[in-house]
Design a protein around this ligand. Structure first.
Ligand SMILES: Nc1nc2c(ncn2[C@@H]2O[C@H](COP(=O)(O)OP(=O)(O)OP(=O)(O)O)[C@@H](O)[C@H]2O)c(=O)[nH]1
Length: 312
């Protein structure tokens, strides 16, 4: 009987594995074989040190160790949740994660990765196993963050812009309809701002707007939302707040503004602010009813002498 002989173009299993290992090792993205306990069975590829700086410090320490000893606890949880989901669903799972790189020897800042995790049929000591490919997506993430920033923030002061504010107040209004969670609005307008520009130049005016943004932020809680509404007009959303408390916050902002003193070309600039306050009511049919009342209150503050807090 004629036995099957290997032709010169065929590889035996060992040779084939050798080629595959060479191939994987040449890949810039690291690939890990990890079991369901978080034990790293094998690491392949990941040779682009500049885009995989997280591998650099323990390049040779990954294999044979558990992720729990390699990753910070919050990342370890993310990895284990992803591995369990991949195995339970028996399908590809994708997860984005960020790795902090402070003090990294390569001087590279935080990096974002996407883990693409595939379930494998193989087991290690009866434990299921996955293939984890980590792809560096930092540039894409930074671009996304920059676009988000451009869409939501005001270029001069870094506070939120009117468009973002409108989105948030719309949601607050819907929450109010559902849960009756009250909220208040403060409409702020700097007094005689034109005179600041006239006396100190547009640069001086800009510098003041930036300084006042900090003053306003320092006077509100983290959950409150400050936005630049127009030129020298700002608006604050105070969630879960009723009129009485909103008046206290408005008064705090008014006093802090009066006390703010900035230097520009060795001259000091001081201003005051007028503030209109309003609270959502059961009769309101849109968030615009609330902002309209704050605007009317602001007008009253302006026409009754400025540097005042009024309510409507
Ligand atoms: N420097 C600077 N000025 C701005 C900016 N946006 C708007 N302004 C100026 O803000 C001034 C607003 O003037 P007005 O609307 O007359 O109001 P006001 O002088 O503050 O007077 P009252 O609001 O009535 O107290 C105008 O001179 C605008 O040019 C900005 O981004 N930077």
């Amino acid at each position: 009987m004629k036995s099957k002989t290997k032709s010169s173009s065929e590889l035996d299993a060992n040779e084939f594995e050798e080629v595959l290992t060479l191939f994987f090792n040449a890949l810039p993205d690291p690939i890990f074989v990890i079991d369901q306990t978080g034990f790293v069975i094998k690491q392949l590829g990941g040779n682009a040190n500049e885009i995989y700086p997280f591998l650099y410090p323990f390049k040779d320490k990954l294999e044979g160790n558990n992720l729990s000893t390699l990753l910070p606890s919050h990342l370890f949880s993310t990895f284990m949740d992803t591995i369990n989901k991949t195995i339970n669903d028996d399908s590809l799972t994708c997860v984005d994660f960020e790795i902090a790189n402070e003090g990294n020897i390569l001087g590279i800042k935080n990096q974002w990765y996407q883990g693409r995790v595939f379930p494998l049929k193989q087991r290690r000591d009866d434990v299921r196993v996955v293939l984890w490919i980590a792809i560096n997506i930092t540039e894409q993430k930074l671009l996304e963050l920059e676009l988000k920033n451009l869409a939501e923030k005001d270029g001069l002061t870094g506070s939120y812009n009117r468009r973002y504010f409108t989105e948030v107040i719309q949601r607050s209004f819907l929450l109010y309809l559902r849960d009756k969670l009250p909220f208040c609005i403060l409409m702020l307008d700097i007094d005689f701002f034109k005179a600041v520009n006239d006396n100190f130049g547009h640069d001086g005016g800009d510098k003041l707007l930036i300084a006042l943004t900090d003053v306003f932020k320092d006077s509100i809680r983290d959950i409150d939302l400050l936005a630049r509404y127009g030129g020298e007009e700002f608006i604050v959303l105070l969630p879960n707040t009723t009129t009485q408390k909103a008046m206290v916050v408005a008064e705090r902002i008014r006093v802090a503004t009066q006390q703010c003193n900035i230097l520009h070309d060795e001259k000091s600039i001081t201003v005051t602010v007028s503030i209109g306050v309003s609270e959502i009511t059961v009769n309101d049919t849109s968030f615009e009813n609330v902002t309209k009342r704050a605007d009317i209150a602001l007008y009253t503050a302006k026409t009754s002498g400025r540097n005042k807090v009024c309510i409507e």
